[in-house]
Design a binder for this molecule. Structure first.
Ligand SMILES: Cc1cc2nc3c(=O)[nH]c(=O)nc-3n(C[C@H](O)[C@H](O)[C@H](O)COP(=O)(O)O)c2cc1C
Length: 202
């Protein structure tokens, strides 16, 4: 069984449709750790020792967030700046996260065809996520394809959002149970709810 922690970061949860539904689905998965960063640190006073211990206690670190200005919401950036310390996460003797995995679950307002060289966002989504990917690598962690919902603003509450949320719970369960096919996921650009790389239980 993999020890999985989900860090959820959404500053305006009252207005959230996609991430609120995903967070609810994630909370229903037992034997994983779910952390609502904005609820725990409304004043952004991150407890670095506690967060570093949380990282040490888990194998897979998953960040769930809406894409804000092509990046993470600010509290998650603050968390990175403070928690991934030199001597802990990287640099001299900074190997405490080596061998772990980082994964992202991202919702984007832009549609999938916007995130292309021809689309109005000009670049594929993975280009905007490269800082997190390289952060993972610098810390000796592997980085696997993000779980993505494009067009999140227009996603329907009767179909797409429930399916994406259910897919999220299924994905978390598969990671927890060592049934997530990271080899397949690693070769993909992104992962979507209708094509989860989950292995069958033998
Ligand atoms: C401050 C802000 C910045 C945003 N920046 C982006 C962006 O850079 N790219 C994008 O595709 N969507 C962007 N969006 C749209 C959000 O990603 C979208 O509203 C969110 O993923 C929907 O999820 P939710 O229902 O959980 O809030 C932005 C929204 C806000 C409020």
């Amino acid at each position: 069984m993999a020890r999985l922690i989900v860090y959820y970061a959404h500053p305006g949860q009252r207005f959230s449709r996609a991430n609120a539904a995903m967070a609810k689905a994630a909370r229903s998965v037992d034997r994983i750790t779910f952390v609502d960063l904005y609820a725990e640190y409304p004043r952004h006073d991150i407890d670095v020792d506690r967060e570093q211990q949380r990282l040490l206690d888990h194998d897979v670190i998953l960040f769930q967030f809406p894409l804000y200005w092509y990046s993470t919401p600010s509290l998650l950036k603050e968390w990175q700046d403070l928690v991934l310390q030199h001597g802990f996460a990287f640099g001299h003797k900074g190997d405490r996260l080596a061998g772990k995995r980082m994964m992202l679950a991202v919702t984007a307002g832009g549609a999938d065809d916007a995130y292309t060289a021809e689309g109005y966002q000009n670049f594929p989504l993975r280009v905007f996520l490269a800082p997190l990917e390289q952060t993972a690598r610098l810390c000796g962690m592997s980085f696997t394809a993000p779980y993505v919902l494009y067009g999140a603003l227009g996603a329907t509450e009767t179909d797409e959002i429930p399916r994406h949320s259910k897919g999220f719970a299924d994905l978390l369960t598969a990671i927890r149970d060592d049934l997530y096919d990271f080899t397949s996921a690693d070769s993909r650009e992104i992962v979507r709810f209708d094509d989860l790389p989950v292995l069958q239980r033998s």
